[in-house]
Design a protein around this ligand. Structure first.
Ligand code: ADP
Ligand code: MG
Length: 224
């Protein structure tokens, strides 16, 4: 049995809204092992994005323990969290969030340069990932010149560029039509498996969830 690379214990998060407290996460536990692809299934408003933001170290305001590769996020300062996020995590969102003034290739090169890769290494890796995703003829296109499915493929390549231990994906195909969503998601799975990364994928789509190694249901602030 592989050790957990993500281990969450007693995670709580609530929001104050108009004098009312909404308890979104109510003491949630979660383990993800190396290379494991886990679906986080729940209806809209159940707290999937809130959980991914906490695990992605993007937001404070939660109680409980989040350990990534054994490192306790709460005991890290801002720089430590930034380093852990950069070195261990990759992100895919529902909307691609690509940099509009950069080409597909450059969008995948940049995070590698920030991590310290040479320009040549970063370009090779970016071209190889984008080629695997069928975008060999689209390397110099700006995001606005790509279809929705192509934009999400670039976002997937960017998330995997630095060989993350864990990919966090929040409704990664939620903005695509059903047929394109199935194709892009199948490619995403194949690439993540090939790279040996683990993934935690939020979705409200049971068909997509069924393709993963394990399904966790987010219900009333707990996982089942
Ligand atoms: P999901 O991603 O499963 O659709 P979210 O995590 O986005 O759910 O939201 C869970 C609940 O928390 C919702 O009821 C939402 O309104 C509330 N919520 C999320 N973020 C905030 C916020 N910044 N302020 C107030 N309420 C929030
Ligand atoms: Mg959400």
């Amino acid at each position: 049995m592989q050790a957990a690379i993500l281990s969450v214990r007693g995670l709580k998060r609530s929001f104050q809204q108009g004098g009312v407290t909404i308890n979104v996460l109510r003491g949630l536990d979660l383990d993800v092992r190396a290379g494991e692809i886990v679906a986080l299934l729940g209806p809209s408003g159940s707290g999937k994005s809130t959980l991914l933001q906490a695990v992605g170290l993007l937001e404070g305001g939660f109680e409980g323990s989040i350990r990534i590769e054994g490192e306790e996020a709460a005991s890290l300062d801002n720089d430590g969290r930034t380093r852990l996020r950069r070195d261990a995590l990759g992100f895919v969102y529902q909307f691609h969030h690509l940099l509009p003034d950069f080409s597909a290739l450059e969008n995948v090169v940049l995070p590698q340069l920030i991590k310290g890769a040479t320009d040549a290494e970063a370009r090779d890796r970016a071209a190889s990932l984008l080629t695997t995703l069928g975008l060999a003829e689209r390397l110099t296109h700006r995001p606005s010149k790509l279809s929705g499915g192509e934009q999400q493929r670039v976002a997937v390549a960017r998330a995997l560029a630095n060989r993350p231990l864990l990919v966090l994906a929040d409704e990664p195909t939620g903005n695509l039509d059903e047929k394109t969503a199935d194709i892009v998601f199948a490619e995403f799975l194949q690439l993540v498996r090939g790279e040996g990364s683990a993934a935690l994928v939020a979705t409200h789509n049971e068909r997509i969830a069924a393709k993963m190694d394990r399904i966790l249901h987010l219900h009333e602030g707990h996982l089942e």
